[in-house]
Write a protein that binds this ligand. Sequence first.
Ligand code: NDP
Length: 308
Amino acid sequence: MSLVYKADPERGEEWRALFRQLAPQMPFYIWPQTGPVEDVRYLVVWQPPDRLAERFPHLDVLFSVGAGVDQLAGADIPAHLPVVRMTEPGIAQDMAEYVTLAVLALHRDWPQYLAQQRQAVWREVRNVPAARRRVGVLGLGRLARQALRQLQPFGFPLAGWSRSGGEIEGVEVFAGDAQLPEFLARTDILVCLLPLTDQTQGVLDRRLFSQLPQGAALVNVGRGGHLVNADLLAALDEGRLRAAVLDVCDPEPLPPDHPFWHDARILLTPHVASMTRPETAVTTVLEVIAQHRAGLPLAGAIDRSKGY
Ligand code: NDP
């Protein structure tokens, strides 16, 4: 029974060392090495190989090395094969830090001050108390919940929206399409932490922006495919949005001539909000393998019908 890792090869070497230490009995290969394919039971990927089922006919679990699984869409994954996304705790911790950084940057007008510094302009913007800056998160999954917990001490009125809603202490929860307008109308800083699916593709569009208060701000840490790029620029030009922090873009990497690079109202980072940490990722993968061998439900298994 072996495992093949097909993602960043440099971090793969760290995985190899950890596997040697924690599961010395399990042969571990870094793609394109696979060992005998009939022995491969576990495959950890960012991008899956083509002809997945044909190449690895005895696969038991397909792991995504990241928390999202949208990059697997279109791969010929057999219907019976469990797909497990990465739930190692470092991802949620990184994300909570990034969302806090982005929300505070927008709350304290950082894009404007950076632009002013470039022009040697000394001009103050009136501070808004956190109690009057309403933060709202699209998606209430593992990452969003940790980010909301981390934001609580600052005193922002917090809200979240998801398909099924639920209760979260200190957070006003909205559910489903019917409550989306009410959620947007009370949101000054909107954070997108949805998974990318057919339903959420292009959700950050002109229609959605028009329901936010004038001068709202956006943080997109979900996927680039959530955002309609031209609609963001139009909303910024119209003043509906005053600024945006984007960690994810479509396409990635963003081409050098893309207008986002030189727009002072946009802060960009190259998809780094969270990075899977090998040390906790390997432990998490080994726990899931143990669950699989014991016939238990797999932590992080996605619902193939929903796509997340
Ligand atoms: P989860 O699967 O734990 O949570 C997803 C949330 O989104 C759930 O609350 C779900 O609602 C909600 N949701 C999904 N589809 C819809 C819909 N159509 N309408 C309303 N709500 C919906 O995901 P995570 O929190 O672990 O991760 C979220 C995403 O963050 C990942 O999919 C990935 O794209 C992105 N990410 C980005 C990273 C980066 O570095 N920028 C790093 C890691 C992840 P319900 O539960 O009610 O179904």
